[in-house]
Design a protein around this ligand. Structure first.
Ligand code: GDG
Length: 460
């Protein structure tokens, strides 16, 4: 294939190939095609040069630097205190300052200028996530004609969310500066189309593309997947898995939740629902223990400190009400847990609880399914607001705002007969095997190639 693949993501693993589905998929795509991976790095003084990291990988790794102001304004500020809450339907949590917008603009412009110095005519650029919405628009303004694709990992903001965006007038132009915009779900594509439908400067083309600012952009859903085999073997299929040191007594059943400690993940409602289940639990029912792993994230943003306090208070209250001398119903771990341990815990859990209030996809849902023993699988309880719900319709789909419904789903899951569990699991496993992480990156890159052909035909 012609040209290099250049991937831009805010975070890039340094010191080896890295682990985790997305990182491995990008590593594989870059290894197969040859190219460059660009990510950010904190530095005392930011400059406008790429820094090469010599590593034993068959592509280049370059970083651009962020100083303390960039980190506070572009990353913690505009990306995570404005765009993240806005795209997760929590505009009430937006914490906006004018310097955040300036920082976001400064970093994106600087990166665009730096890219113009290394781009060759046939290079394809693949930009990831909300940190870089305006990157292609800045590149086009500098005369860059290369193919540029964008993948948004989080939900696409709807019309009323966008009213809260300081850059709402520029936003459609940011999107249409890309050749292909990949979104997680059909629902996200519909939301994005809606934005262009209400824009007088946009035109719907017969092939489904959008014409805006004299450019054609293709919008498509590419639901991100996982590496099913890696998860399955980490869960210890045939070998018993990692030593989790988890001891369950014969009367105990395990429910598991694994989420970055983020307000979008619905943790408060989940714990409340578990409390409702415990309140109603018949005295002879098995003891249900919820293991909630919630590693810290973005702790410098105020909304995250608040949710942490609330969870600690709620865990204490529910445990105080229901614990017995030899049983604590909620085990809450506010730390990272190694991946193999996580996979083995998924396999041992009778129920996987994935109940975000808004989520682009949610990989934990897929990891839970992949980790199960097909002969005795657990049950996934999945929020209808997770992107994964479009694919995993054999999960118990719940409304994450309705604690009674979630409590009933927990009861249903714990009582579900083996045959039904197997049938549901088999169907979900087939889906995540067919649309795994390798499928995702190859589909996206193929679409990027196709759009280029069409844009060139149009120019000709
Ligand atoms: C964004 C979007 C979209 C979690 N705790 C531990 C740990 N994890 C791993 C999980 C999973 C990953 O982190 C989290 O991925 P999610 O998809 O669940 O959520 P986000 O971090 O919000 O990701 C999301 C995703 O991007 C990809 O496009 O699906 O919607 O929000 O892999 O297993 N891993 C380890 N220890 C932990 O304690 N080792």
């Amino acid at each position: 294939m012609e040209g290099r693949l250049i991937v831009v993501s805010n975070r890039m693993p340094l010191g080896g190939a890295g682990s985790g589905g997305l990182v491995v998929a990008l590593h594989e795509a870059l290894s197969a095609e040859g190219g460059v991976w660009i990510g950010s790095e904190e530095a005392e003084v930011a400059d406008d040069e790429f820094h090469r990291h010599e590593e034993d990988v068959p592509y280049e790794k370059l970083t651009f630097t962020l100083d303390a102001d960039d980190h506070a304004e572009y990353y913690l500020g505009y990306a995570n205190s404005v765009l993240w809450p806005l795209c997760h339907r929590r505009s009430d949590l937006i914490d906006y300052e004018a310097r955040f917008r300036a920082g976001y603009d400064r970093v994106n412009r600087r990166l665009a200028e730096m890219l113009t110095r290394i781009l060759q005519p046939d290079d394809r650029l693949w930009v990831h996530d909300y940190h870089f919405f305006p990157l292609a628009a800045h590149l086009r303004a500098l005369g860059v004609e290369n193919r540029i694709g964008f993948f948004l990992h989080i939900p696409f903001p709807n019309g009323s969310d966008l009213l809260a965006l300081p850059d709402r007038e520029s936003f459609p132009g940011w999107i249409s500066a890309y050749d292909v915009v990949g979104l997680q779900t059909q629902r996200d594509v519909a939301t994005c189309l809606e934005m262009f439908r209400s824009d007088v400067d946009a035109e719907m083309m017969l092939d489904g593309a959008i014409k805006h600012d004299d450019r054609l952009v293709e919008l498509r859903s590419f639901p991100i997947g996982i590496d099913v085999e890696v998860m399955r073997s980490a869960a210890g299929e045939g070998e018993g898995g990692a030593d989790t040191r988890l001891k369950l007594d014969a009367r105990e059943r395990l429910l598991i939740g694994v989420d970055r400690l983020d307000y979008s993940k619905g943790l408060v409602k989940r714990l409340q629902a578990f409390g409702v289940y415990l309140d109603k639990r018949p005295p002879d029912a098995a003891r249900a223990t919820l293991l909630q792993i919630a590693p810290p994230t973005r702790e410098d943003v105020r909304a995250y400190a608040e949710i942490r306090d609330e969870l600690e208070r709620l865990t204490g209250a529910i445990n105080g009400r229901h614990s017995e001398i030899d049983w604590t119903p909620i085990r809450y771990i506010h730390r990272q847990v190694p991946r193999e341990v996580l996979a083995t815990l998924f396999r041992r859990a009778s129920v996987g609880l994935v109940t975000p209030l808004a989520d682009g996809m949610n990989l934990v849902a897929k990891e839970y399914v992949a980790s199960q023993n097909p002969d005795d699988p657990g049950v996934l309880i999945l929020s209808r607001f997770a992107g994964a719900a479009e694919q995993l319709d054999q999960a118990l789909i719940v409304n994450p705002y309705d604690t009674d419904e979630m409590a009933q789903a927990i009861e249903q899951a714990l009582k579900m007969p083996l045959e039904e569990r197997k049938m549901r699991h088999e169907s979900m496993l087939a889906e995540i095997e067919a649309h795994d992480i390798a499928w995702w990156s190859s589909q996206f890159l193929r679409a990027l190639e196709g759009r280029d052909v069409r844009n060139r035909q149009r120019d000709a």
